[in-house]
Ligand binder design. Structure first.
Ligand SMILES: Cc1ncc(COP(=O)(O)O)c(C=O)c1O
Length: 409
């Protein structure tokens, strides 16, 4: 007879492939990893130069723009600074619109670079209030504000702002400020139309919707922003976008050694997104998976403390969902799910209050990038298991509701 020993009894279900379901870095497809797994080629001439030339039109297609795009070696923070220093001079006024921790982060970067920054804070559960923006623009009669900063999706709160409405507001106020948008969490997840929506500067990183490891950032800019660049005194040689988009010498596109393996990985990812699945199908996939997540959360919330942070559906990101569950359920659930099932959920970010100083009452589910139905349903399944195991009150039928959304597809 086989007798279970102590060790066997303390088994977990987390062997097998783990899944980091956090909002970046997102899952990198094997194909992208394999494309990167190569020795560095000749960087002076040949295939690397040809491959790099193909990236620019495809990056334009990703942001739906005819405008220029500069590639940097850096993360999202690098894109914040790159975008700011190319259009601003020290002492220029900036209006930052914050709907979560990342809006505050871009504001802080502008202030550290020497801009005079005004902040409009819309809290942690709402989108940008256009009336408040209009009031701020109207009081700036001498057009001192050079730049308006907005975050498309704030990854901390999972709010998704209406960017086209910001352009309409700037135009209605006849205000000439540049509209600059952080698309780090939304690019290639939620629809984004740089030209149609009148965005002057857009930024993103490689590690979320673009399914490539962290390490590349991108700044798209139009002619109006290029004109501002000619007067900007913050810019330094490394961050200057002009040689990156105009130089004929290859090394000037990166102001030094090119991020060789990342470029190969990005090429593979862009092929998958644009040439195989198609960008609009990518957006639809994200929409469907997001709605599956919301359906589960809505059901669970009917019998307990679970609540989607952004109540209004048309303000929700299709890349990430922030969830309120009450301290300490958020941390306990994340730990249980990771230790018992091998799934890592996102932590609550920028949600601290006096009663919950460590944001223990929150977690985030990423549904961005290289995700499909079984991955999302799997994440929801282990969350439901965790709710049961930890006896966190919740309504029934969450997983079934999510499956029904997938079934509709
Ligand atoms: C909306 C947004 N902006 C900026 C950043 C900062 O990017 P990074 O952490 O790559 O510097 C992030 C990171 O998650 C983000 O989600």
């Amino acid at each position: 007879m086989y007798i279970l020993n102590e060790k066997a009894c303390s088994m977990t279900l987390n062997f097998g492939r783990s899944y980091v379901a956090i909002p970046g870095p997102s899952v990198v497809p094997e194909r992208v990893l394999n494309a990167m797994h190569r020795a560095s080629p000749n960087i002076y001439e040949g295939p690397l130069h040809d491959l790099t030339d193909t990236l620019y039109p495809d990056l334009r297609a990703i942001a739906r723009t005819e405008n220029a795009v500069a590639i940097y070696i850096g993360n999202g923070h690098s894109a914040w600074e790159a975008s700011l220093c190319n259009v601003l001079s020290r002492g220029d006024r900036v209006l930052a619109l914050a709907t979560g921790a990342f809006g505050h982060g871009w504001r802080d970067a502008a202030a550290a670079l020497g801009a005079r920054v005004d902040l409009l804070d819309f809290g942690r559960r709402a989108g940008i209030d256009i009336d408040r923006l209009a009031d701020a623009l109207k009081t700036d009669k001498s057009h001192e504000i050079k730049v308006v900063l907005a975050t498309h999706t704030d990854t901390a709160t999972s709010v998704r702002n209406d960017i086209a409405a910001l352009r309409t507001c700037l135009d209605a106020c006849s205000h000439p400020a540049l509209l600059m948008v952080d698309c780090i969490a939304s690019m290639a997840c939620d629809p984004f139309e740089m030209d149609l929506w009148g965005v002057d500067v857009a930024i993103t990183g490689s590690q979320k919707g673009l399914m490539t490891p962290p390490g590349l950032s991108f700044v798209w800019f139009n002619e109006k922003a290029a004109a501002a660049h000619t007067k900007a005194d913050m810019v330094t040689p490394y961050w200057d976008w002009a040689p990156r988009v105009n130089a004929s010498e290859f090394f000037r596109k990166f102001d030094g050694t090119a991020p060789v393996q990342h470029l190969y990985g990005l090429r593979e990812a862009l092929d998958m997104l644009l040439n195989e699945e198609g960008l609009e199908a990518v957006w639809r996939r994200h929409d469907l998976l997001a709605r599956a997540v919301w359906a589960a959360l809505d059901h669970w919330g009917q019998g307990g403390p679970i609540e989607i942070n952004i109540a209004q559906e048309d303000l929700r990101s299709r890349a990430v969902t922030s969830v309120r569950i009450g301290a300490r359920h958020g941390t306990d659930l994340r730990r249980w799910v990771e230790q018992k099932t091998g799934v890592t959920l996102g932590i609550g970010l920028g949600m601290a209050t006096e009663d919950d100083p460590n944001s223990d009452g929150f977690f985030r589910i990423a549904h961005m990038g290289h995700v499909n139905a079984h991955m999302t349903l799997g994440v929801l399944g282990v969350i439901e298991a965790g709710l049961v195991a930890l006896e966190i009150p919740h309504g029934p039928g969450g997983l079934a509701a999510a499956a029904a959304i997938v079934a509709q597809a």
